[in-house]
Design a protein around this ligand. Structure first.
Ligand code: F6R
Length: 618
């Protein structure tokens, strides 16, 4: 959480830093700040609110006119409420050092007390102000330069960080470091300029060359001289690996849509194709996935598969459980990474752990991976962000290739994660002989139809919008599904609550009678997924039970369904496909529905309150 940007070079730093913050706002948006150095004075502007609020202030203060060096921050509060004082950047007591930080310093209280005993005073409640003063203290007591002081200070802290630090007395230098939070350095024109950011999006129009710092590394960036990367714990110099970015500007802009979420919903047909392109080869009757092929014995000899993830990715993992068990007959457990990491789980060398994460930076998932590795399990990553921490920490993996997902509510990440999991399940089913070649081939043919079917579903957007208008003022909603569509019910409920703030719960349809049915009355909209082959008759009975208690029923059915149409208040039809692949379709109207309700309620769809796209804290 939190986004950091920085620039050092020959251009005006202000537009680079402020526009960079706008692109990183998905990481946190409860306050924002910027420091510009004009060669003499460090100008600071910061405020509670969004980057646009910061811009109003910087326009008035005109700090943007000057400066070839700048750092900026967009915050998701951890220590200290979101207010002007707690916003970053933070100065050290002398006013010579300034820092932006993404992460949490867990032992900040102990360090703060020590610094107070040495005469330091603090303006904010943040752990970050403690860190910048610790660096100042180390610099003073050790008589060292900024880079060394940062390094020594970091050896004293426990926690996670990505930081950028500037020292007025070293005006051609920026120091950055990371542990547990990402940081990318853009290498500009002939080493004459450098960019720093939580991801590469802030500098994509300036350079395609980036260095991604590894955990425990620190970089001293010197204008006109270049970059030196070292290990924080042992001072060893590291060869900085410059990568060519594949990201384009177009991918990170709204492209005519009102919101990123809507754009990303509409990108799903293409995203699904990008996910299976080159992997699913129906003509040859095979699925090729290097990460699986190279480690096929691990998968085939696995006693079980454990899937770890959080939020929407966890829901995709649940779909994965149904897929792996149904097709490949391998036992699967799906775990919240946050629970798994702390409950002393039983993991053996014969387990395959699949970690699913859009961002590839989720702290709990990362910790679960490290735990599984320490117990000898083979860990496979399913990530969207190329080069992310989870992609690097896992033994092997498969990217989802969904393209950048910027809306905080995950949409195309979910469907592409399910696509990857379907491919792996099918591949293993074929290898294990649990699916005949004919059935396998049938799946590949059917999968190929999915992108067009999603396209077709997107055309009912208007119908979904009309349904949204009817239920937008509901205070509570229920989502029901069975089998492959039980996780879709959970995901539908999550989408609604996170962007519209309407309370919603997802349940397996048959569980309703064990409690939730007590909630049903004429004010309760119930969204039910009732696809043709998904325990259809049973779900129809559940729908009848809701009807007889006056609940409002909005059913997602297979096209041509007549039975449910007669009972439900509204029906949304999805094209026919294999039951195992229906989550790729049933989820689309639920995404659209949440989107329209949130828009009608005037909520900030792309940046819902209290959330952030990348959850790099516990
Ligand atoms: C919900 C949402 C979150 C994420 C969760 C995990 O729309 O986006 O629930 O799914 O924070 O994030 P990743 O997938 O980046 O690990």
């Amino acid at each position: 959480m939190c986004g950091i940007t920085g620039y050092i070079g020959y251009r005006d730093a202000y537009p680079i830093v402020i526009n960079g913050l706008k692109r990183l706002e998905y990481r946190g948006y409860d306050s924002a700040g910027i420091m510009m150095y004009d060669g003499d004075v460090m100008h600071l502007s910061k405020t509670k609110g969004k980057v646009s609020d910061l811009e109003v202030i910087t326009n008035k203060e005109e700090i943007r006119k000057e400066g070839r060096i700048g750092i900026g921050h967009t915050r998701w509060a951890t220590h200290g409420v979101p207010n002007d004082t707690n916003s970053h950047p933070h100065f050290s007591q002398s006013g010579n050092l300034v820092i932006v930080h993404n992460g949490i310093i867990e032992n900040y209280d102990t360090i703060k007390k020590e610094l107070i005993s040495r005469g330091y005073e603090f303006q904010s409640d943040t752990d970050t102000e403690v860190l910048v003063n610790l660096i100042e203290e180390v610099k003073k007591t050790e008589g060292c330069k900024l880079g060394k002081a940062v390094q020594l200070a970091l050896t004293q802290v426990i926690g996670a960080y990505a930081i950028a630090v500037f020292d007025k007395s070293k005006p051609n230098e920026l120091v950055v470091a990371r542990l547990g939070s990402p940081i990318a350095i853009g290498v500009g024109n002939e080493n004459k300029e450098f960019f720093v950011a939580s991801d590469a999006s802030p500098f994509i129009e300036y350079t395609k060359n980036a260095i991604y710092l590894e955990d425990g590394e620190l970089a001293i960036i010197k204008k006109d001289k270049g970059i030196k990367v070292r290990k924080i714990d042992n001072d060893k110099l590291v060869d900085a690996n410059i990568q060519e970015l594949q990201l384009s500007l177009e991918q990170i802009e709204k492209g005519g849509y009102d919101h990123f979420m809507l754009k990303e919903i509409y990108e799903q047909p293409k995203a699904i194709i990008d996910t299976y392109r080159g992997r699913m080869l129906p003509d040859e009757g095979i699925i090729k996935m290097a990460g699986v092929d190279d480690n096929i014995s691990k998968f085939l000899n696995a006693d079980r598969i454990i899937i770890v993830a959080c939020g929407t990715s966890w829901h995709a993992g649940l779909v994965g459980e149904y897929l792996f068990e149904d097709m490949a007959r391998i036992p699967v457990e799906v775990e919240y990474a946050s629970e798994f990491r702390y409950r002393n789980p039983i993991i053996t060398e014969k387990d395959v752990v699949i970690a699913i994460s859009q961002s590839g930076e989720t702290a709990d998932t990362l910790a679960a991976i490290k735990l599984a590795k320490s117990k000898g399990a083979f860990v496979f990553g399913v990530c969207n962000v190329v080069g992310s921490s989870i992609a690097r920490e896992t033994h092997a993996g498969a990217y989802t290739h969904a393209g950048p997902e910027i809306g905080v509510a995950s949409t195309k990440a979910f469907t592409t994660q399910i696509t990857v999991l379907s491919l792996i399940a099918l591949k293993l089913a074929k290898k294990r002989g649990t699916l005949s070649q004919t059935a396998f081939q049938q799946y590949l043919q059917t999968m190929q139809l999915i992108p067009n079917q999603v396209e077709q579903l997107l055309k009912i957007d208007k119908q979904v919008e009309e349904i949204a208008a009817v239920y937008k003022d509901a205070k509570n909603c229920l989502y029901l599904g069975r089998g492959f569509n039980f996780p879709v019910a959970l995901e539908g409920a999550l989408k609604l609550k996170e962007i519209s703030y309407i309370h919603a719960e997802g349940y397996p349809a048959a569980e309703m009678k064990h409690g939730p049915i007590a909630l049903i009355d004429e004010n309760m909209p119930v969204f039910v997924i009732a696809t043709k082959r998904g325990h259809y008759e049973k779900v129809v009975s559940n729908i009848q039970e809701i009807k007889s208690r006056s609940g409002k029923i909005i059913a997602i059915v297979t096209e041509g369904d007549e039975t449910v149409k007669e009972i439900a208040d509204h029906t949304i039809e999805i094209p026919e496909t294999e039951e195992a692949l229906t989550p790729l379709l049933t989820t689309i109207p639920l995404q659209l529905l949440s989107y329209h309700i949130a828009v009608m309620l005037g909520k900030n769809v792309d940046q819902p309150r209290n959330l952030a796209k990348s959850v790099t804290v516990e």
